[in-house]
Design a protein around this ligand. Sequence first.
Ligand SMILES: Cc1ncc(COP(=O)(O)O)c(C=O)c1O
Length: 397
Amino acid sequence: MLGLIEEDFMHLLDNPIRSDELLVKTVDIKHRFYASSSEPMSHKELIELARDVGDEHLIELYNDHSLGYAENGGSLDLRRELATLYGPEISAENIVVFPGAQTGMTITTQALLHPGDHAIVVTPSYQSLEEGIKYAGAEFTRVMLSPDNNWQIDVSAVEATIRGNTKYIVLNDPHNPSGALLSADTKRALVALAEENDILIFSDEVYRLLELDPSDRSNSIAELSSNGIALGTMAKPFGCGGMCIGWVACQDKSIIEKLRKAQHLFAVCFSRAGEIQAMMALRVRDKIVEKNMQIIYENLELLKDYFSRNQDLFEWMPPQAGGTGFVKFKGPISADELAEELLGQEILVFGSAIFDCDEELKQYFRIGFSRRTMPAALKAFEEFVEERRAQWGHPRR
Ligand SMILES: Cc1ncc(COP(=O)(O)O)c(C=O)c1O
């Protein structure tokens, strides 16, 4: 069995994001210019917020919770709280909680896709979305996004790739890396296509709630159709990745039941402490999101100013949501080579190889702008670029 795993699956772990060098660096590097989740909260801060809104009962629940097994698939009180993020189509019975969104996406794919099935992957996107499909042993076809189309999904391209055995469309909205939002019209067209062809749409919506203009927020895919499966996390909008709480929402209870069982296979339960912390955070979510958006707005101003002063070397498409942007490098080396050189200076950005990009996108790299540490990272980046300008044939005029 081990031989089989090594032969068939170990290559899935070869994405550069999982190289020893990068994995260590994501924890221990001076400038995390790639970072995508919101400014991390402390437990102390969370307790103060809970106290401010009179949620003493949750503080008590936290201090006195049982360390026995919690409910498989997520405790009912947490699932009820999560359901308030959606419209009336989604209630506690339509939600399965996972130990983080990453686990949620991988287990969902494992449970719903099998060898012989075909999936459509909208790419570039969060790398594990495609890897989950490979891991499930299904076939897949990529549908490429392009900056020429504001990173919108070309629904006719998706339609052209549908086969008799197509079961699943995977996308990421709000989009990592570009920060683009799928327009409501495109979403509706995709849903219609999926319903007509009896295909599920798995939408990674972990950056939801971080829209720069909240009026741009359209319905979750889980609200729009019983073919829609939406993925969420405490990490991105709330800066609470350490709670290790992600979830899937879906109107179709037979899918929810399958996912709950599949989750049990991987984890009998997860941390009740994390669940209670998540409830505290969800109940003060407006305050947390407001604080996190303030950091994002301020950082985006700095980026706008920097990229407008350096248009000869970079093309910046302002994002609409989330904590990441995809920047085009116009210098003489590829974005991956640039990322490599930056790494040597303790500045981590993600080059296009991390996203399995086509040749057309090889000049793009991802940055993150949702942390208080971003201005220092940008300053170090600026110093690095100034030093290289002459060598790149772009001296300051
Ligand atoms: C688009 C996307 N989906 C999922 C995840 C994983 O989320 P979690 O940290 O909750 O496992 C990430 C993390 O970077 C992400 O960017």
